[in-house]
Design a protein around this ligand. Structure first.
Ligand SMILES: C[S@@+](CC[C@H](N)C(=O)[O-])C[C@H]1O[C@@H](n2cnc3c(N)ncnc32)[C@H](O)[C@@H]1O
Length: 522
């Protein structure tokens, strides 16, 4: 590889340009497998510059940590930006971690070039480049209570899921949060290594913003730092186009300090890199983007005027489903545990049988059952073995737990009324959530109103403000805010009276009800 990568520096080349040039060449020589295994997707220079521009730190000496250093584009961009706007800086020291032993030769070239470049500007520079696992190495040091803290941490950490038995997940258990993905472990550990009032800048998937896997992480992260800036990349394809990463990504800049609910957060967004500088800054109170008192601490990320209006409306609601005595649970019929009970046709004469509803039966505002589906029998036998997995036949709303990337809308819900079929029980498969009233039953207008809301553009937009992935978890639904029960019933009555269950009509009713006609052009 070495003979193919051109390492000489160009006349007047900035360190970040040099780093970028090496990164482009290196990325061409390593396989996609290597990139995935190491979470090695280098930051494009325009993104690195945006991240760096968020930081100011006008002190004589600055200590910087870059875990998952790669070819150091973030450190270079950070230092170039810092010295351009902060006159006092005289000494800079960088600590970098990088596990890829083939890459580190080039990482060192960049650091040496940065040193020469800074020395010419009369700024002293020293660095420590560690060919160690950032997590394991620092956990050991922290546990021994003898460690250095940094003024600024800038990071594009590796992203991949960690198995429960991964040594990094095991080592961090009970000590730092975020063990479900390596990136959240990097973030948690970084915050521990940050001085008070130190600055933290990261680019990561937005998946930590919601969902149960990152709940512990959010709890500790949002209680440790004050977020100052956020930039959201809306397109899954664009941000790291060079390396074909399919993620919605987010830049966070935060300060390690006490959290003030009235502190403003600047939020910008772009589709990808091309429009990165075209965005308009919107300022929000911290409390409008994160409810720090809630258990979930979901981070809301509105990215356009429509989403902002929706967030304002939703923030004016005070109820969750539980306040209306309404619950949401996950369908109890697990396919592989019920193989003996699932049937492809109803043989009423011999078996006591119930309908079984799969994700594919649930469509927007309608339940399409029975349906011929491969390996998805539409009936389930009622007997002692299956009964614990069945539900009483009463009114429900069935909601898909997963959408596909091609689905126009993430929330796909169907009303279910007990007169749909004359059986005592019904079966709901595990990839479907069901909404119900535990010790009672949902009225027709409650089912229609709630189902209409869930299928509306309003709720789909609301959902996408906090969820960047395709899962629709019961936990998140429990955290979502809803209008009053009176309003839900009113919407239900309007839908029933119109006798038109098309999504066009649902949106018309919901938008008229909340005066959103100018926001959503139906
Ligand atoms: C997403 S890349 C980012 C590289 C660079 N910071 C940038 O922004 O271009 C993450 C880097 O972390 C390195 N890495 C992966 N796991 C690591 C670990 N446990 N400790 C330290 N570095 C790691 C990878 O080899 C890769 O170079």
């Amino acid at each position: 590889m070495k003979e193919h990568i051109s390492t000489e520096t160009l006349n007047l080349e900035s360190p970040s340009d040099y780093s970028d040039r090496l990164a482009i060449q290196y990325a061409k020589f390593v396989s996609l497998k290597h990139k995935k295994e190491n979470g090695q997707f280098f930051t494009p220079s325009s993104v690195a510059n945006l991240m760096a521009s968020y930081c100011d730190y006008d002190e004589k000496t600055v200590t910087v940590l870059d875990p998952g250093f790669g070819l150091g584009i973030l450190t270079c961009a950070l230092i170039e930006n810092l010295i351009a706007k902060c006159n006092q800086i005289r000494n800079i020291s960088v600590t970098a971690y990088e596990t890829d032993s083939n890459l580190i030769f080039y990482s060192e070239l960049v650091l040496n070039y940065l040193k020469i470049w800074l020395n010419k500007k009369n700024i002293s520079f020293e660095y420590k480049l560690c060919n160690n696992d950032f997590i394991l190495h620092n956990l050991t040091i922290i546990k021994n209570n003898d460690y250095e803290k940094f003024d600024v941490i800038i990071s594009n950490p590796p992203y991949f899921k960690l198995g429960k038995m991964d040594e990094r997940a095991l080592a961090s258990k009970g000590f730092i949060s975020g063990e479900s993905n390596i990136y959240s472990l990097f973030m948690s550990l970084s915050v521990k290594l940050l001085k008070n009032n130190g600055k933290f800048i990261s680019i990561t998937p937005r998946s930590f913003a919601s969902g149960k896997y990152f709940r512990g992480f959010r709890d500790s992260f949002f209680n440790s730092v004050q977020i100052d800036n956020i930039h959201l990349f809306k397109s899954r394809r664009d941000t790291f186009n060079r390396d074909k990463v399919l993620q919605e990504t987010v830049i966070i800049k935060a300060t390690k300090t006490n959290i003030l609910l009235d502190k403003r957060i600047s939020l910008t967004s772009s589709k990808g890199i091309k429009d990165i500088t075209e965005n308009k800054i919107k300022n929000y109170f911290t409390k409008d983007l994160i409810n720090l008192e809630s258990a979930e601490k979901i981070l809301y990320l509105p990215s356009n005027n429509c989403e902002i209006s929706v967030l304002q409306l939703v923030n004016s609601w005070t109820n969750r489903l539980s306040n209306h005595d309404i619950q949401i649970s996950t369908g109890p019929v697990v396919y592989f545990r019920n193989l003996d009970h699932i049937r492809y046709e109803s043989k009423k004469q011999t078996d006591d049988i119930a309908p079984l509803f799969w994700l594919q039966n649930v469509e927007k505002m309608s339940l399409n059952w029975p349906k011929i589906l491969k390996e998805k029998g539409q009936y389930i036998i009622v007997n002692k073995g299956s009964q614990a997995s069945l539900l009483q036949n009463k009114n429900y709303i069935l909601l898909r737990r997963f959408s596909t990337k091609d689905d126009k809308s993430r929330l796909i819900a169907a009303p279910y009324f007990s007169n749909f079929i004359e059986t005592q029980y019904i079966g709901v498969e595990n990839r479907v959530n069901y909404i119900y009233r535990k010790d009672g039953h949902l009225e027709e207008n409650e089912v229609s109103g709630l189902c209409g809301l869930l299928n509306s553009e309003l709720f789909d937009t609301y959902f996408q403000i906090f969820n960047g992935n395709v899962n629709v978890s019961a936990t998140e639904l429990r955290e979502m805010k809803f209008p009053s029960l009176f309003q839900i019933k009113e919407i239900g009555n309007k839908i029933i009276e119109s006798n038109d269950y098309s999504i066009y009509n649902i949106n018309t009713i919901v938008n008229e009800f909340f005066k959103l006609e100018n926001i959503f052009q139906n």
